[in-house]
Design a protein around this ligand. Structure first.
Ligand code: SF4
Length: 302
């Protein structure tokens, strides 16, 4: 952390304070995931919506192990080496998705720079397993950058996810501090490449706000995403998972999120979810539906 970096403001503003009692499904979902030896980004990343989403019987599966080979400064997922992909994991994810009655499943992973394909084949296998288990379900994958490997991206695209999501996370100036092992241009290139090779697959990306980015930098990033033909956007407030992580530079008021949503829609995004608690998988099925990009309406979503 640089010396002139701001400290997280000591008190959360009123719009970020909420107490949501867990609904009756919360424990059921937790037990289902535990019994299936499955991980979710909801739990590993300490998502503030976990009570709500589990209670709505939704979750975002985190495949390829609970440890990430990168060390992004905003992320709560553990860092370190992990073993080879578990060949049974795609089946267990599919079984859990069916038990949860998901009509819109979201699957993400840690970044596995140690694997030759970055885990792309495992993603593809998981997509196929869910398809087989729940015919007609829509599947969104939130993928890492695969270090820009075209073959890996093709492997995932060929499994035909209904949405391919890849987050740029922040504005390029903040990459060295926020995502030191990532490359902004590489992330944009991934999104562009997906649209070029599979124009039928909508792409989605998102940013966390409150890390010190300036408004003009946000707008420039949104223009870059549109230039890469990214169709769905999510904007949410960064929250510091622990004192070891980057501090929050600013709590962005809900009105600013709303203003950015309007601006982004004017830029041509098909749908924009923007608000303090928005995460890239928050109400993902509804966001997809609102974008009007095809597919049947999911009965429940994550
Ligand atoms: S917003 Fe996404 S990551 Fe957070 S709890 Fe809901 S499904 Fe999980």
């Amino acid at each position: 952390m640089s010396q002139d970096q701001p400290k997280t403001p000591s008190r959360k503003p009123a719009w970020l304070r909420r107490s949501l009692p867990a609904g009756p499904n919360y424990e059921t979902v937790r037990a289902l995931l535990k019994n299936g030896r499955l991980h979710t980004v909801c739990q590993e990343a300490k998502c503030p919506n976990v009570w709500e989403c589990f209670s709505r019987q939704t979750a975002t599966f985190l495949i390829l192990g609970p440890r990430c080979t990168r060390d992004c400064r905003f992320c709560n997922v553990q860092h370190g080496p992990d073993g080879p992909p578990d060949p049974e994991e795609p089946r267990r994810v599919a079984e859990a998705a069916r038990a949860m009655n998901l009509r819109y499943a979201v699957v993400t992973s840690v970044t596995r720079d140690d694997l030759p394909d970055g885990g792309a084949a495992h993603f593809a296998e998981t997509i196929r397993a869910i398809r087989e288990s729940i015919p007609g379900a829509l599947i969104e994958v939130l993928v890492p950058d695969f270090q820009g490997c075209a073959d890996s991206i093709r492997t995932v695209v060929e499994a035909r996810p209904d949405v391919l999501n890849h987050n740029v996370e922040t504005v390029p100036r903040l990459y060295p501090e926020v995502r030191p092992q990532a490359v902004y241009a590489r992330s944009l290139e991934l999104l562009r490449r997906v649209r070029e090779t599979a124009p039928g697959i909508p792409t989605k990306s998102g940013l966390m706000l409150g890390l010190g980015e300036r408004n003009e930098e946000i707008l420039e990033t949104l223009r870059d995403l549109r230039a890469a033909d990214c169709g769905i956007l999510t904007l949410g407030q960064y929250l510091q998972p622990s004192k070891e992580h980057l501090p929050v530079a600013r709590f962005v008021p809900p009105e600013e999120f709303e203003e950015l949503r309007r601006t982004a829609l004017e830029m041509g995004f098909a749908e924009v979810a923007s608000g303090p608690f928005v995460r890239s998988s928050y109400h993902a099925g509804e966001v997809y539906q609102s974008a009007g990009l095809g597919g049947s309406a999911p009965a429940s979503d994550s």
